[in-house]
Every structure is written in C-alpha cells, then in structure tokens.
Design a binder for this molecule. Sequence first.
Ligand code: NDP
Length: 447
Amino acid sequence: MENDYDLFVIGAGSGGVRASRIAASHGARVAVAEEHRVGGTCVIRGCVPKKMLVYGSHFADELHEAARYGWSIGEPRFDWPTLRDFVNADVDRLERAYTSTLDNNKVDHFHERATVTGPNAVRLASGRDITAKVILIAVGAWPVVPDFPGNEHVITSNEVFHLRDFPRRVVIQGAGYIALEFAGIFNSLGADVTVVNRSDQILRSYDLSLRERLLPIMQARGVRFRFSSPIERVVKEANGSLLVDTAGHAPIAADAVLIATGRRPKTDGLGLESAGIALGANGEVPVDAFNRTACPSIYAVGDVTDRVQLTPVAIREGHAFADTVFGGNPRTISYDCIPSAVFSQPPLAGVGLTEAEARETLGEVRVFTSDFRPMKNMFSERPERGFYKLVVDAASDRVVGVHMIGPDAPEILQAAAIAVKAGLTKAQFDDTVALHPSMAEELVLMR
Ligand code: NDP
C-alpha cells in the first residue's frame, strides 16, 4: 500500500524546513507539521529577534559617543514597545517567507502537533492519521526551568520578546549564551541587571582568556553577578514585584526573572517508543552519523539530537539527510571547527580548540595573543580592551584555534574560521599582509 507521503517532517524549524525543501527538490512528496510557528526557535524566538534586540540596545552607547564625534543630539529616550513591535513585525515577515518556501516547494504544512504512532505513521492533534515512507524528527529543544517554589512567575527566552512593559530590574539565572546576551541587552537598554549562577563559571565552553576578559567588562558596565548562588525561591508581592531568594544572599527585587539554564530536546509525549526508539539521558533522540535513529525509517536532525545546538548545524544536518535519503548522495557533515559566538556586549567568538583543550590533546602548543584597545573605543569613556588569541600546534605550525573578544568579533571570526578549517599554518597567517587600520589585522600581526 502506498504511503500518504514519502517524507513527513515533525517540526518546521531550521533543520526541518531545510530538509523538507531539499527532499521536495529531489522529487519527494513531503509534508511538515509544526505546533508553534513556522521558522522554529532561531527565527521566531531565538537568534534573529535576539540579534535585533542587540542592535537596538547598541544605540545607547552609540548615541552617547556621538557627542564626542561632534554630533549634537537631544536627550535620548528609549521606548520598549517600539523596539519590541518592530522586532516582532520582522519575525512575522520571516515566518511568511519560511511558509512561502514550503509552498513554493510544494511541501504540505499542517499547523498542529504531530506525534509518532509507528515506524511509518504519525497522528495529527486533530485526529488524522498519516503514513510516510520516512519520518524526520526536527522538533528542536525547549528551555529548562529548574524546580523551585515560585517558578511559575519566571520567564524564559520564549517569552522575553513579548514583555508588555520594559522591566527596570531584571534577574537572570544562568551564565551561558542566553543569560549573558540578555544581560547585555537589558543593561544597555537601562535596566538594573543581576546574573545569578549555580557555579562560579561563565560560558564554560569558551577559552578562559575570553571569559576572564568579558566578566570584568560586564561588571564595569553595571551588570551584577552572584556566583554559586542559584535561585531558591521567587515570591510575587502584592504590587506585582518579584522577590528573588538566592543561596546565601539578601533577596533581590525584580520586575522580570529570566531563566536561561539550558535547553532540553522537546521529545516529551512525541510517541517515539511506538517505533522502538529509546530516548537518551537528556531526552535526546540518538542517531548515527547519517541522522538515522534505531528505527530505520525514522531520522532526526537539529537540537532534538542534542549534538550541537546551533542553527547552521541543524540546517546542514537537514540538508545532508535529504541528500542522503532522497537525493542518492549519502553524506555526513563535519563537526570539526564549528565557529560560534556570544552576542554579549562586547561580543566574543571562537573556533577550534581552546588553549586548554589544545594543551590536553596536542602536547606542545604555541599561543599568540594580542591585547589591544580597539580604535572604535578610543573616543569612548570606556577603557575596554579587545583580546585575540591564536592557538598553534607546535609540531605542525597549524593554527588550531582562534578566540576573539571585542567589537565585531563574530563578524571577523567567520573569515578566520575558514583558515582554521583549511588547516593553515601560523606562517601563512604571518605571510598575509595586514589590512590597516582594522581590528582584524591583529590576526596577522601576532608574533
Ligand atoms: P547554556 O548551556 O549556554 O548555559 C546554561 C547555564 O545555565 C550555565 O551557566 C549553567 O551553569 C546553568 N545551568 C544549567 N543547568 C542548570 C540548573 N539545573 N540549575 C541552575 N543552573 C543551571 O544554555 P543557554 O540556555 O544559555 O542556551 C542554550 C543553548 O542555545 C546553548 O547551549 C547554545 O547552543 C544555544 N544558543 C546559542 C546562541 C548563539 O549561538 N549565540 C545564543 C543562544 C543560545 P554552569 O555553567 O555553572 O553549570
């Protein structure tokens, strides 16, 4: 008996939409179900609106500094609803663009939840049963909220883009990507920000030198940090204000409490056991290098597999899956040298091995650093310095890691990542003429 579709995708986020489009272009009959909004975390409630808030918040500094460059500007005033609505309108536009992509590729889409009922079967929330030769799980991940009394009063990155009023006092739990990006946004927009974390570390996966540079800069900009001090309780007072109790400190009054303590694969109730798939310890769907699960007709890509929780990785996995299964081109993706960035203020970015990782895995390592005051900051009242680091394998002279903090570090790092991925040597970096005056020239001037 013929199946209703060749491919049924659950989840229309970065990985699911790419897989749908490419499978359809290979001639497959494709449908996708999405219980929230087409576009997924990155487009709807992640990377894209976050980056726009980062841009919006930068004007606080830029307007202030403009006077030093000779501009006269009246007293700057910030209006949260204007920024919020502008960002959300752009998210609406992108959702329409993603939906058009599905339509243009003749991918059927169902705007409801779908669950797996067998190796080749899914059921829509409305009750319809659909069969497919192949099922792709691309449901992503969802913020984890630790268990403590009063956690019903907190928000996550899902809600933060929709706050009705601008929170004057913000407590953020966690010291990872989301926590530090939003600490920067709210701090620049004028809020009083306290970051509380369970350990005394920030951004664990990044090179220590970058973390040690970022923390004092954020503190000097006015963000308070309380380490080894997780939230124990949140109480909502009669006037609507929140009181946050953390271990060993006086309570903190807040208008919003943002929890950013990691994201868990969104597999609860997905029905994968009906196809004989056992979930991993973190709720993830285990897959092989070809994104195939323990059930030969079911595949999974993106955050739900809990490999690397980054949009460009999910997109590549979705593309490789579609080429493999429907394009007659079996291929895996490389997880080597994935560049990443934190859009903190200042931002930081890295690719390849950290200094500590290189020392542990390579033996002899040469490290080159540049600690400089970016020209852009010369007129600023802030004495913030940038810091770049090259990690070099002494035996081969290959640059195995590049780590940067300073203005535009993510923009610069993308190009440096090509060199690291290509296995270029420190001598080849040195052989490249500096582009002057720029911050990026530091990359070829470290001796
Ligand atoms: P992260 O994994 O970056 O950070 C989690 C933070 O929460 C850490 O500080 C950790 O503390 C703390 N934490 C973890 N579990 C608990 C717990 N049970 N109780 C208290 N604290 C806890 O997670 P995020 O939520 O910030 O981001 C999720 C993922 O989204 C990232 O890993 C990243 O892949 C992706 N992302 C990427 C962005 C980018 O590319 N720019 C931006 C935003 C998100 P400790 O370190 O002390 O253990």
